[in-house]
Design a protein around this ligand. Structure first.
Ligand code: ABU
Length: 538
């Protein structure tokens, strides 16, 4: 055998091994329907054979990443396929057996990483599927997703202009626009990691405003017991502020709400007076614009009057309902008076469909965030920099590293325009109204719990055996017991996801959310028919 023959034989053997490895992967992540195979040339490569470790590795890098994109595109396609399942449910102990979650001592090949990516998405719930109605954040906005891809590739931190110039300016422009939509001229804002932390920022700024030396002196700066007020329907993060900021949850007063889930202003005033009589210091009132379960809106103007009278800070938690600020049709009366608030939480990753996560907190008064939270770390926030250091926004927050959550929202807003967002909000509300109409057309099968103010439609499904029972506590008890069983059937069938929960007035009931741009009237019809198919015999 001459040299050329030997090389050919060696190459043929290498190809055979490569093919064998591709089709006989020993790991359990190998999926039989996998089509994400790297070329023979690259199938045995590892991370060290691509950029940045191998400067000659661009062709392999490109092929690897293009295959990752193929996997992502297939997931997107299947998320939009109404014949595909929303999820493939397995109990944790079974799921563990389907996966190889080990992180090995010796790294695996790029080919194996592709299989890992593919398998990961195979078992992921498709939150962008038109039949996923389970959370406040449903859907997959593809422009926003493209933005997130770019964000991941840019891989920068948002603490200084120095390393994120374009993104910092985008934050400035977009947050100013959002404040204008709230109704303010000026002020300040920041993107925070979630609505709960946004609410915490509001609390911190309010306390700083009232007790400017708290930052240095701590508890000794406050001569008395601070008290905050919120409705009994508020998001639990408001109460959590009291726990983490030293008030104690006993000093987060839960004000009763009416039968529609809205705070009762006269009760608020009574409770403020009660605490004042004890020598306490009422300082913060939270109004919820869009409660998590029912989607109720507290009457902001009435609360603003009370806050004005007693010198309290008014925060509006519009994490959920904030998107309706963009709709001329639905903004009023729900968010009327929001411009009178001192701070507003507004999560574009909820109703507006920006990718998770994208949460904003806005302040009417400029300068509070920085004076409250600034620590002036000299290794990041030098004062003698080349540029105007007011753009080093990282010193306004209590965290150090800050994820880039702006680009996906900015790109989405560029694509839709403010008009497009308004149409989107109106469409979601109209679809929810459609669902309510359909439920009312089937009183034998569905019981609407209350007329929704938002896209939260709360209802019970009525299986055949209860259809002739009069509605009352006895029937509600049965309906409450049915919810988890019907939800389990949904998940096992994989065709639909709708959430359920109890509240302080009733046992378990379903809460359906329409916040995905993918949903149509036909999907609402499917949802109602599917619940009946899965649950009529319960
Ligand atoms: N408050 C966070 C969102 C909760 C939900 O998706 O139901």
């Amino acid at each position: 055998m001459d040299n050329v023959q030997m090389i050919d034989t060696f190459k043929a053997f290498k190809d055979f091994l490569c093919n064998f490895a591709r089709t006989h992967s020993p790991t359990r992540l190998m999926s039989s329907e996998n089509t994400y195979s790297l070329s023979r040339e690259h199938c045995n490569l590892k991370y060290s054979d691509i950029l940045p470790q191998n400067v000659e590795g661009y062709p392999a890098t490109k092929e690897f990443l293009m295959k990752v994109v193929d996997i992502l595109l297939d997931f997107i396609k299947s998320s939009n396929d109404r014949n595909a399942k929303v999820l493939e449910f397995h109990h944790p102990h079974d799921m563990t057996k389907l996966l190889d979650l080990d992180v090995p001592d010796t790294g695996v090949t790029l080919q194996q990483l592709l299989l890992d990516c593919s398998t990961t998405l195979k078992y992921q719930v498709k939150t962008g599927h038109p039949h996923f109605f389970n959370q406040l954040s449903c859907g997959l906005d593809l422009v926003s997703m493209a933005g997130e891809w770019l964000t991941a590739t840019a891989n920068t931190n948002m603490f200084t202009y120095e390393i994120a110039p374009v993104f910092i300016l985008m934050e400035h422009v977009l947050l100013t626009k959002m404040r204008e939509i709230i109704g303010w001229n000026g002020g300040d804002s920041i993107l925070a990691p979630g609505g709960s932390i946004s609410n915490l920022y509001a609390f911190l700024a309010a306390r700083h405003k009232m007790f400017p030396t708290y930052k240095e002196r701590g508890l000794s700066a406050i001569d008395g017991q601070l008290v905050m007020f919120t409705s009994d329907q508020c998001h639990y993060s408001v109460r959590s502020c009291a726990a983490v900021c030293g008030l104690g949850t006993d000093n987060c007063v839960m004000v009763p709400s009416d039968e529609r889930g809205r705070i009762i202003p006269s009760k608020l005033e009574e409770l403020i007076l009660e605490r004042k009589a004890k020598g306490h210091i009422p300082f913060f009132v939270n109004a919820t614009a869009g409660t998590t379960v029912i989607g109720a809106f507290d009457p902001i103007n009435e609360l603003a009057d009370i806050c004005q009278k007693y010198g309290c800070w008014l925060h509006v938690d519009a994490a959920w309902g904030g998107g309706l600020l963009l709709s001329r049709k639905y903004r009023h009366p729900r968010l009327s008076g929001v411009e009178r608030a001192d701070s507003v939480t507004w999560n574009p990753h909820k109703l507006m469909g920006a990718l998770l996560q994208c949460s904003t907190i806005h302040f009417k008064e400029d300068g509070l965030l920085i004076s409250c939270n600034q620590m002036s770390a000299e290794y990041l926030f030098m004062t003698d920099k080349l540029y105007d250091i007011k753009y080093d926004t990282g010193d306004k927050v209590i965290q150090c590293g800050r994820h880039n959550d702006i680009f996906k929202l900015w790109l989405q807003w560029r694509a839709k325009g403010t008009d497009g967002f308004e149409k989107h909000m109106d469409r979601l509300m109209e679809l929810s109204e459609y669902m309510v109409r359909r439920i009312k057309q089937m009183p034998d099968k569905y019981y609407l719990i209350l007329e929704p103010e938002m896209v939260n439609v709360c209802f019970w499904y009525l299986p055949t055996r209860v259809r002739n029972m009069p509605h009352g506590p006895e029937r509600e008890k049965i309906l409450g017991e049915i919810c988890p069983i019907l939800k389990a059937r949904m998940m096992q069938a994989g065709t639909l996801m709708v959430g359920y929960q109890p509240d302080d007035r009733r046992p378990n009931f379903f809460r359906n959310i329409i916040s995905s741009a993918a949903v149509t009237e036909q999907d609402v019809d499917f949802l109602l028919a599917e619940l009946d198919r899965l649950g009529h015999d319960l």
